[in-house]
Write a protein that binds this ligand. Structure first.
Ligand SMILES: Nc1nc2c(c(=O)[nH]1)N[C@H]1C(S)=C(S)[C@@H](COP(=O)(O)OP(=O)(O)OC[C@H]3O[C@@H](n4cnc5c(=O)[nH]c(N)nc54)[C@H](O)[C@@H]3O)O[C@H]1N2
Ligand SMILES: Nc1nc2c(c(=O)[nH]1)N[C@H]1C(S)=C(S)[C@@H](COP(=O)(O)OP(=O)(O)OC[C@H]3O[C@@H](n4cnc5c(=O)[nH]c(N)nc54)[C@H](O)[C@@H]3O)O[C@H]1N2
Ligand code: SF4
Ligand SMILES: [Mo]
Length: 569
């Protein structure tokens, strides 16, 4: 394989696969990339055959790329910098995606902070670890004995990482009987937003089983306080709140005793107001039983993939607002890159109303629900015709993309657009593209995963959803599925419920929460816990009912901090 035919999968996914073009011109998964292991997934296949946007539009009329860029420049010049918002999503995770942001930061526009994704969980890990969230190397995962999939649907959302470990003992902690739960030796079907309680209960059991890691505990601060928290409640009281029997906890300890343990932590347990505290409780349990800093095992989440690199595309904005609660109507000019907030941001009704009250520029590779509200549409070049590097939040390997298809003349890459704007506004040009890419390709970052400084959680203040829950209310869960990548590809617009709720498939219901309501069709599934309902990521109705709020500390979305009611409509 030569390096000129490489293509990185640009999608927002743990695996960060490396593809290449073979002699016949077909896209194949790299065999040398440990995680990709010669295979690509259905989402990549759908991306490769996507009909990419190749036309620019102004007020729904087709125009040339050049005209669209001139309109953009005029519009920016005519708008005060405080009235301009730059809003970027996760449609493509290549490092070059950050180019355009640097221009808007220099211009003085408002940028965003926080995310719709992992931020509150990351903060929870960082708070206990001296500010660092870096995954251990893959070999420690591969060499461990037992995998705990904690609120992460590993078999679906990191299907290649799963392939590396599928023969191991699996324990899943998830309210839903996911694909990962089905292949597990033990499934703890936890009630939503009770993971911190489970972490405390497990810590109690670990103490009873003499499983604490004395040396880690003695070297770091706060374990006694943490244990005090754990024993502040009668054991039996956990059964009802968490929804798990003590016998199942005993089974978990039978499975992990004298074994090296890997915890694969996912988004599920952190989509709440106190997500950071919940994660810190889980990480403290992991520390208590000695998961950290061993030769095998460890804890993996979505890590800070650029940790250890010097940022090559720096955007220093004076003004930043929380991404999940952006009010588009507050800005005269909104520039949207690589995202579909009408579907993926909380509170769809508010998002749409905001977009209708602003001049919206949509810069993407395909039209989507959000581009329907755009005044100006600028086509971004497809991933096959731009160079890039992808760093991974799931593991330590990176993937490289070269220019393997000639660029459609009516599209523009992120790097080109940034430099075009820099020139028009007499700002300094960006560093040379090759130099940026070579830096990322050639820099070998050392392993920062060893946890030097650890502080156990000493206080916990989490408001439970179960205390507020009325009889006719359900937990609203929203997670990922195999055939779509957030808003992209094959979308599923159903509300999944347990058959015990008494609805028929295809019934149209009114789904209501304090934040909004929507009509939605039902699909029954035994896999859904009786007290939960599920609408998958990309479902265009899901975010009509999600909170237009952030968590307590990290400007992170809290999609599941909500209880819903269902009425036949
Ligand atoms: N095929 C596919 N792969 C993807 C994506 C995709 O859309 N499709 N998206 C990518 C992105 S952007 C991300 S961030 C990652 C996320 O990957 P994951 O972390 O796996 O994310 P989710 O599917 O959102 O949530 C994981 C699980 O948490 C469970 N869960 C919900 N609430 C709770 C709770 O309170 N406690 C516990 N213990 N579990 C709970 C859900 O039922 C779900 O099975 O996946 C990436 N990979
Ligand atoms: N209800 C609910 N909502 C969720 C979630 C959930 O689980 N449930 N998950 C949340 C999570 S974890 C995440 S990460 C977000 C993700 O949500 P988004 O950030 O919105 O990501 P995508 O849906 O992948 O964005 C897709 C768009 O990106 C554009 N795009 C793709 N490639 C490129 C490119 O190379 N350049 C440019 N300029 N544009 C490109 C395409 O036009 C495409 O329509 O959604 C969040 N929203
Ligand atoms: S598994 Fe993830 S990284 Fe790999 S090809 Fe599929 S979407 Fe891309
Ligand atoms: Mo995400």
């Amino acid at each position: 394989m030569n390096s000129n035919n490489l293509v990185a999968c640009p999608l927002d996914c743990f695996d960060t696969c490396q593809a290449f073009v073979d002699e016949k011109g077909n896209l194949k998964g790299s065999k040398e990339h440990l995680v990709t292991h010669g295979k690509l997934c259905v989402n990549f296949a759908n991306l490769a055959k996507e009909e990419f946007l190749t036309k620019a539009y102004f007020e729904d009329k087709e125009i040339s790329l050049e005209e669209s860029l001139n309109i953009l420049v005029e519009k920016i010049k005519a708008t005060k910098k405080e009235d301009v918002l730059f809003y970027k999503g996760a449609g493509n995770l290549g490092v070059m995606q950050n180019s355009v942001k640097t221009f808007f930061a220099k211009y003085g526009a408002t940028l965003t902070k926080g995310s719709l994704c992992d931020e509150t969980g990351s903060l929870g890990l960082e708070l206990g670890r001296g500010g660092i969230n870096v995954n251990p190397p893959l070999e420690k995962l591969i060499n461990s004995d037992v995998i705990i999939a904690w609120g992460r649907n590993v078999a679906v959302t990191s299907s290649h990482m799963y392939d590396l470990i599928k023969d191991k003992t699996f324990i899943t902690i998830d309210p839903i009987r996911t694909k990962t739960a089905k292949i597990s030796d033990l499934h703890l079907q936890i009630n939503p937003k009770t993971d911190h309680e489970l972490a405390l209960l497990l810590t109690r059991f670990a103490h009873m089983e003499n499983l604490e890691d004395e040396s880690f505990i003695n070297e770091h601060e706060g374990a006694e306080w943490f244990f005090d928290l754990a024993k502040s409640r009668p054991l039996i009281s956990y059964e009802e709140t968490i929804g798990i029997k003590l016998q199942e906890i005993t089974k978990l300890f039978e499975l992990i005793k004298d074994k090296s343990v890997s915890i694969l932590l996912g988004l599920g347990p952190q989509k709440y107001y106190e997500g950071a505290q919940i994660f810190r409780a889980i990480d403290s349990f992991a520390a208590y039983i000695g998961v950290h800093n061993k030769s095998k095992g460890g804890l993996w989440y979505l890590d800070d993939s650029s940790y250890g690199y010097e940022k090559q595309l720096v955007a220093e904005a004076k003004n930043k607002i929380a991404l999940p609660t952006v009010d588009f109507s507050k800005f005269k000019l909104v520039f949207i890159q690589g995202t579909d907030p009408v579907v993926t941001a909380p509170n769809t009704k508010k998002v749409i109303e905001g977009l209708q009250n602003s001049f919206v520029v949509f810069y993407g590779t395909v039209l989507n629900e959000t581009s329907k509200y755009a005044d100006l549409i600028i086509p971004s070049s497809s991933f096959l015709s731009k160079k890039d590097v992808r760093l991974s939040y799931g593991h330590e390997l990176k993937a490289i993309s070269n220019y393997i298809e000639s660029k459609n003349e009516n599209t523009i890459t992120e790097y080109e657009l940034a430099n075009f704007l820099n020139e028009k506004f007499a700002f300094e040009k960006l560093k040379d593209e090759e130099e940026i890419l070579n830096y990322y390709i050639n820099t070998k970052v050392e392993d920062y995963s060893f946890i030097k400084k650890f502080e156990f959680l000493e206080e916990l203040e989490v408001e439970s959803l179960y205390e507020k829950q009325k009889e006719n209310q359900y937990y609203f869960l929203t997670s990922k599925r195999k055939n779509s990548l957030n808003s992209q590809f094959k979308i599923d617009n159903y509300l999944y419920v347990n058959p015990c709720l008494g609805f028929n498939n295809e019934d149209e219901v009114l789904l209501k929460s304090p934040y909004g309501q929507t009509k939605i069709k039902i699909k029954n599934s035994e896999d859904i816990k009786e007290n939960c309902v599920v609408a998958y990521s990309g479902n265009k109705y899901a975010n009509y009912v999600t909170p237009f709020l952030t968590d307590e500390a990290a400007n992170s979305a809290i999609f599941q901090e909500v209880l819903v009611e269902i009425e036949l409509s």
